[in-house]
Write a protein that binds this ligand. Sequence first.
Ligand SMILES: [Zn+2]
Length: 299
Amino acid sequence: MNKIFTKKIIIFTITSFVLIGLVYTVSLFRISPDKSSIDFLDIGQGDAILVRQGWDEMLIDGGQDRSILAQLGKTRPFLDRKIEYVVGTHPHDDHVIGLLDIFGRYDIGEIILPRVLADGQGYIKLLEKAKKFNVPVMLVSAGEQFIFGNMALTVLWPEDDCLDRLKVLDASHNEHDPYNTCSLVMRYDHCNENGCRRALLMADATSLSEELMMADGTITQADILKIGHHGSRFATTSEFLSVVKPKDSVIQVGEKNNFGHPNYGVLLRLKNISSKIWRNDLHGPIRAVPEGGGFRVGP
Ligand SMILES: [Zn+2]
């Protein structure tokens, strides 16, 4: 081996180590333990929300296709291959199909599903994947809490008798899909030296879920509201908004979707309370970061 060739190999090796070190340091710097964020990923028509606190992450839904992979690639530090918790709020395709593609690409700590919907049709493939990749499944209901440093995610809904509660209601409630009405609603609470802030993540909850949750006393004011059911006319009543009073509202909705989401009436109701509206179809991915006494929200 001649000397010039050996020198080149040494330079290449040193450069590689320096580069790897740099990337690793930058990656660590980006994630301090106090750093928290909520990313409303742009995955077309569907929901996908990545909540972070330091190194810990919870992915709430994964959209309806592989778009989630590109979004996670852009949003997450690539050296962190683990997503601690993956939540399927309810067994509809636009929430769980995208989740099937993350198995094998990321280490998943635990799958979380609402207990009352655990045997729902749309969860079959997700449960098969969980079994194949040895990922434990945790069934939850209202009251369950996940604490990460100075942030907590609390399950507000559904209770284990959610489907039974719907059966005894009169026919006027039949327009609501029971999977939507019993989908998993979470509350994000984050506190630091500047105060506390709150976000309400409504999944595809309907006006009926809102009514039942308000009757149970679980709905309070929140800085950010992830609007229920992609801004459909079946959710986000004026009564509900008068309790939540969100400063910012996020609608996870795809461009030119077939459902007419978001509904004009919902947009009007949000305008009436002067809530700033963020939409994935118009703004792309939306990020909320704790700042001052509230959040900084933006594309
Ligand atoms: Zn949906």
